[in-house]
Design a protein around this ligand. Structure first.
Ligand code: ADP
Ligand code: MG
Length: 462
């Protein structure tokens, strides 16, 4: 077994154990860089990943390495090193090392710079929107998989591909990633990325200036048509008609069409039935809001792209506060970076919190009752409701009980006496003690931080 095979087995195991977003973000660019008797050096793309892996996954990685090497690997260290890439893929931030070991796995986080300029000018595609920089979570994995399937076989079964979902959730990113990927695979592919608005304006302009033949030639001779924000086509009959014919022409010639929209075809008001049925005849895939874990992974990726490192605690905080969409998440990060670069200081929780205040949702979160909170915590720790409220001081009950008290105080701003009452008639000092204790634990216990995040997610998803 060579080091590559060994690492692939370890990755295979980790991939099963972790969420996709986490795995992609933290492990995809890693490789075994060196082996010295019983010690392995893992090559990682940056300090941020190094710190994260050391802190979070050291045990799992070592256990798996040891297992797959039949016990011969006994220790582990990390080194920041660019990963070997194929000759034409030039890493964005680091110079490739000639002597770096060869790896079979595909490269990540390294948009190919030399192609980027051509793409941007000629096809109005932005090279930074590629698959490598797209974090996959539960909410977008279908759209992501469909987008990749389109790249594997343009004009195939996923034609048209219709991606829909709220603002800032990665639709444009995916559309452009398809364009970038296809151009990369075959630079002679004719790709047209266009917003619906631009299509409409082009069409109207062509009508006015008697250039309709040119217009038709431009749109009907491409190999791949990527139309962003199709919902803006509503109500414009002439444009809808023209788009319908464009669509048919391309479709009949097995050319790939990818469309994005803020809602599914049926929900687009005043969209002609014949267009609805065209849009629905291929693949519909939605993108939703990222959950906490995916938000963390996205922040990690963005930090990586910007070569900026944020402590885990801060990263968690940002992911907790900014929940709406990825664009806001990125905006928050940019603000944090700009502020601290300006001040020439390291971000801390204290300096970051005020920056995020504008991202706090205007209306406070959905109201939940103490009862709902208690049930959620009981379910989360798999304990009986009666036991949780009861007298027993066993740790497996006392701890969840303290968490309930902490959350009541923190999330619902309940008074200590009322917390005591809700929890089976306890004294208010018990509630105070619980609040202080959990607050203290949270400062250093990462698992607990994570547990609380999940509990809150479940709670507010009720
Ligand atoms: P939409 O078109 O759905 O409004 P965009 O594609 O413009 O959203 O995404 C907004 C920003 O968020 C972009 O900078 C994009 O790169 C980023 N983004 C969205 N989803 C992801 C994701 N899953 N992984 C990484 N970045 C993302
Ligand atoms: Mg968009």
């Amino acid at each position: 077994m060579n080091t590559n095979e060994l690492w692939q087995s370890v990755l295979g195991e980790l991939e099963l154990a972790l969420s996709k977003a986490n795995f992609t973000t933290w492990f995809k660019s890693t490789f075994i860089s060196d082996v010295n008797e019983h010690a392995v050096v893992i090559g990682v793309p940056n300090m941020f990943t190094k710190a994260w892996l050391e802190k979070k996954y050291a045990k799992e990685i070592l256990r798996s390495l040891s297992e797959h090497s039949k016990g011969s690997i006994k220790s582990l260290s990390y080194r920041v090193e660019s990963r070997p890439t194929t000759p034409q893929a030039i890493p964005l931030f680091e110079k490739p090392k000639v002597e770096a070991p060869v790896s079979q796995a595909s490269s990540h986080y390294q948009p190919r710079e030399e192609v980027r300029e051509i793409r941007t000018g000629e096809f109005s595609l932005n090279g930074k929107y590629c698959f490598e920089t797209f974090v996959v979570g539960k909410q977008n994995e279908l759209a992501h998989a469909a987008a990749q399937a389109v790249c594997a076989q343009p004009g195939g079964i996923y034609n048209p591909l219709f991606i829909y979902g709220g603002v800032g959730l990665g639709k444009t990113h995916l559309l452009q990633a398809i364009g970038n990927e296809l151009i990369h695979k075959n630079p002679s592919t004719k790709i047209l990325y266009i917003t619906c608005e631009r299509f409409t304006n082009d069409f109207i302009g062509a009508l006015r200036s008697n250039r309709i033949v040119e217009f038709k030639n431009r749109y009907r001779t491409v190999d791949v048509l990527l139309v962003d924000d199709i919902q803006f086509i509503t109500g414009k009959e002439g444009t809808q008609e023209e788009f319908f014919h464009t669509f048919n022409q391309l479709y009949q010639n097995n050319k790939q069409i990818v469309i994005s929209s803020d809602r599914p075809p049926k929900a687009i008001p005043a969209l002609e039935d014949r267009l609805i049925s065209r849009f629905e005849c291929g693949m519909l895939a939605d993108v939703g809001s990222p959950d906490f874990e995916t938000r963390c992974a996205i922040l990690g990726t963005k930090c990586h792209e910007k070569q900026y490192s944020l402590d885990r605690e801060i990263l968690h905080h940002v992911a907790t506060v900014v929940q709406t969409n990825v664009r806001e998440l990125e905006g928050a990060l940019n603000k944090i970076i700009a502020f601290h670069q300006f001040k020439n200081a390291r971000p801390t929780l204290e300096t970051v919190k005020p920056i995020l205040s504008s991202f706090q949702p205007a209306t406070s979160r959905k109201n939940v009752t103490p009862k709902q909170l208690i049930i959620t915590v009981a379910n989360y720790f798999d304990v009986h409701l009666d036991d949780l409220l009861g007298k027993s001081r066993q740790k497996r009950l006392a701890f969840p009980r303290q968490i309930v008290m902490y959350l009541m105080r923190e999330e619902m701003k309940a008074s200590y006496p009322s917390i005591g009452t809700e929890l089976g008639g306890r004294d208010h000092t018990t509630a105070m003690h619980a609040y202080d204790k959990i607050t203290g634990c949270l400062l250093e216990d990462e698992k607990l931080q994570h547990d609380l995040e999940l509990i809150k997610q479940k709670l507010y998803a009720l």
